[in-house]
Design a protein around this ligand. Structure first.
Ligand code: ZN
Length: 180
């Protein structure tokens, strides 16, 4: 029997790791979807909308919220998935010691300086977040807050442009559904 391809093993290891880390978390929409649906959607967008096959970007997409939203450490990710994936996950992680407005400001200020793989993950993340914001918004977010989120995401993505035209087009389409 042929053994599984190493890339397939790596990707499913990242998926299983993320599922375990996010196992008790739910999204903020009314139906409280399982949190893991989000990283899966981000990896799916990379592959299906962006045509990306780079396992570093795909694994980093699956793991992209583990540092920020669970007790996972960067060392843990690096030890299990290697320095390249670890670096990208760190790049797309906000510093939780900073205030929310400062973190949001830094995402805009720093997006153009990210590595290519980090830009891809961030683009796919923002696409998914806008799609969710349009289809299944967080409970209790008034119109102005949702509009502000769309505009902030666009400001971040404007710093990511030039890395993948297909993902940019998918983002622009998602932004086209800005609530009015
Ligand atoms: Zn995310």
């Amino acid at each position: 029997m042929p053994t599984p391809h190493p890339t397939l093993k790596l990707i499913f290891d990242a998926l299983a790791f993320a599922a375990e880390k996010h196992r008790d978390q739910r999204r903020k929409n009314a139906e409280a979807f399982p949190y893991i649906n989000h990283p899966i959607a981000v990896a799916h967008v990379l592959i299906h909308d962006g045509g990306i096959s780079d396992p570093v970007a795909i694994c980093a997409a699956l793991l992209h919220d583990t540092l920020e939203d669970t007790a996972t450490t960067g060392e843990e990710i690096e030890h299990r998935f290697g320095p390249a994936i670890g670096r990208v996950v760190r790049e797309v992680t906000d510093d939780k010691n900073l205030s929310k407005p400062e973190r949001k400001r830094l995402q805009v200020a720093q997006s153009s300086g990210l590595s290519g793989s980090a830009k891809l993950v961030k683009l796919a993340d923002k696409i998914c977040n806008l799609r969710d914001m349009a289809d299944a918004p967080p409970v209790g977010w008034p119109l102005a807050r949702r509009q502000e989120y769309f505009d902030w995401a666009k400001a971040v993505v404007d710093g990511l442009r030039g890395v993948n035209p297909r993902l940019e087009a998918a983002f622009d389409q998602a932004y086209g559904r800005r609530p009015v």
